[in-house]
Design a protein around this ligand. Structure first.
Ligand code: PMP
Length: 285
């Protein structure tokens, strides 16, 4: 993955893919001072591109790590990367981090905030599971309280337990893991938000300890426009037994139906199938 042809935008310049490197004393590597975005480009246009750039800047602010670029400059960087790599359908990763510098300890305000943009082709996030319904494990870790860590940031440090939970899930033959939050309520998957259907209405967790995904917000708007009631509320794990349908949303995951969570099973019903198809049509329109 590192030794290949292509271009990566690094601190304001397009560099060769294989030369896009950082020093071992990079602050982010030691202390997780890193925020990022995952975006998808469809037919030459990044879906909700500006919203992603805005969220990146907000994540930087939340980590006391002001990113020295404007939304417009980030937009230009993404366009330059897609063009330089000849990509019209791609996953785009924008990342900003504290670099190496005078500060070798926990404090980092004297170290530069750096930024990079890379893009590559990436198919269905859950592979074959996509239309049949993904199988999810229940994570042993809990999403932390917003008083513990800035949960509204898309920050590297929030992903440590995601990686561990996803490894555990894959070892059991599952595609992903569902987290409960620090209070015990249903939260989110390791890189996606979750929705349920019961009696024709949709239920999804309140985004107070999870990432309020851009796909999540898009899908809520689409459901409401169709006249489907969306209940944003606290969901107890016991309720998994009563829900009929379930799906995940995320930039990478798009709308992925869920067939099973632990011992609970769900059908890939009409609402799920329709919203997956309509999302697909929307991002390509
Ligand atoms: N939750 C987590 C933990 C994520 O990593 C993601 C992916 N960014 C999401 C939710 C979904 O967010 P979005 O729809 O903005 O991609």
């Amino acid at each position: 993955y590192d030794d290949r042809d292509g271009k990566i935008w690094l601190d304001g310049q397009l560099v060769e893919w294989r030369d896009a490197k950082v020093h071992i004393l990079t602050h982010a590597l030691h202390y997780a001072s890193s925020v990022f975005e995952g975006e998808r480009c469809y037919n030459g246009k990044i879906f909700k591109s500006v919203e992603h750039s805005e969220r990146l800047l907000k994540s930087g602010e939340l980590l006391d790590m002001p990113i020295p670029y404007t939304v417009e400059q980030i937009e230009d960087a993404k366009k330059a990367v897609l063009e330089a790599n000849n990509l019209t359908d791609a996953y785009v990763r924008v990342i900003a981090w504290r670099g190496a510098g005078e500060d070798m300890g926990v404090a980092s305000s004297r170290n530069p905030v750096r930024m990079a943009v890379a893009a590559w082709t990436w198919g269905a996030y859950y592979g074959d599971a996509k239309m049949q319904g993904a199988k999810l494990d229940i994570a042993k870790w809990k999403r932390p309280s917003p008083e513990t860590i800035p949960t509204a940031a898309k920050a590297a440090g929030l992903y440590m337990i995601c990686t561990m939970s996803k490894h555990a899930a894959e070892a059991k033959g599952c595609s992903d893991a569902l987290f409960m939050d620090y209070r015990g309520y249903v939260a989110e998957a390791t890189g996606a938000n979750i929705f349920f259907v019961k009696d024709g209405e949709v239920h999804t967790p309140i985004p107070d300890a999870i990432l309020n995904g851009i796909t999540r917000q898009t899908v809520i708007g689409m459901l409401q426009a169709k006249g489907i009631k969306v209940n944003e509320r606290r969901i107890m794990p016991e309720e998994l037994a009563d829900f009929e349908q379930c799906w995940l949303t995320g930039t990478a995951a798009e709308v992925t139906p869920v067939g099973q969570i632990g011992d609970y099973t769900f059908t890939v019903g009409d609402i799920t199938r329709n919203i997956a198809e309509e999302y697909e049509a929307l991002v390509r329109s």
